[in-house]
Ligand binder design. Structure first.
Ligand code: TMP
Ligand code: ASP
Length: 248
């Protein structure tokens, strides 16, 4: 499935994706690259075919989340590397949900990686690479005007619902959902706006551990130089029932 979609103007190029103006007003095309970065761009590389896999995984997850009533920016997949989404105003927060301590949580608070948390933790960082995405307390969010109290309530509620659902979905295929990052956006409507899930959901922005072997099946393979990134991403797709054969 190659792209025959006429892309509009390039609006923004991020570390793993490019956004183009979409075919209809209020739409964007999200293009998934193979580029991988870690530690705020200090480590750079490519994972061959990652963009194609992440496009498919995001398609499946956004569609399933819409099915349980989570509003999303997602419209449909257009090609191997492209998906059509609604244009939103991104809430400048990285919303991280954790079930098991790992990564920066282990480092910052001295909690051993692999420790199961008493309940899911919802944590926020400022989406600002120049500042190194600093951790935010709820008070910072409100006082800095990054989101309103109502939006924060909605973000908590939706993020926990997404976590419940995805934990079950991954557990059913033998994968522990350790943590993940979400982004939300404001979708303009006639009478105001709706808060919707935006961006992507892929092994680039979550941690997935094989329940039987403990193997990492996510971007930590790249961050930590473990190798086998492509195979791990492919295995996640395979377990979710995605066929990556040409023509699908
Ligand atoms: P952390 O342990 O490094 O804070 O990461 C928590 C989760 O968030 C992990 O699944 C990776 C994801 N993440 C992103 O998607 N983007 C980022 O910029 C960072 C720092 C983390
Ligand atoms: N995506 C971030 C970066 O490029 C951090 C990460 O995922 O580790 O730097």
């Amino acid at each position: 499935m190659t792209s025959d979609v006429p892309k509009g103007e390039k609006l923004y190029e991020g570390k793993a994706k490019i956004l183009f103006r979409g075919p209809e007003p209020g739409t964007l095309i999200q293009y998934f690259k193979d580029d991988a970065t870690a530690f705020n761009n200090q480590k750079k590389g490519t994972i061959a075919g990652k963009g194609i896999i992440n496009n498919r995984i995001t398609d499946l997850i956004m569609t399933r989340l819409a099915g349980i009533g989570i509003p999303t920016h997602y419209i449909r997949r257009l090609s191997d590397r492209e998906q059509l989404v609604h244009e939103v105003q991104i809430v400048p927060l990285e919303v991280i949900v954790r079930n098991i301590a790992a990564g920066s949580m282990s480092k910052k608070f001295g909690v051993e990686e692999g420790t199961r948390l008493a309940r899911p933790l919802v944590e926020f960082s400022l989406k600002n690479d120049d500042l190194g995405d600093p951790l935010l307390a709820e008070e910072h969010i409100l006082i800095l005007g990054l989101a309103t109290e109502e939006e924060l309530d909605e973000i908590f509620e939706m993020s926990l619902k997404i976590n419940d659902f995805l934990r079950g979905m991954f557990a059913a295929v033998g994968i522990d959902l350790v943590d993940f990052k979400l982004e939300y956006g404001r979708l303009a409507e006639e009478d105001g706006y709706t808060l919707v899930l935006a961006d992507e959901f892929s092994p680039d922005n979550c941690r997935l551990w094989d329940m039987r072997t403990g193997e990492k099946m996510d971007k930590d393979r790249f961050r930590r130089d473990l190798g086998g990134e492509v195979e791990a991403y492919q295995e996640v797709a395979r377990r979710l029932g995605i066929s990556l054969d040409a023509g699908d």
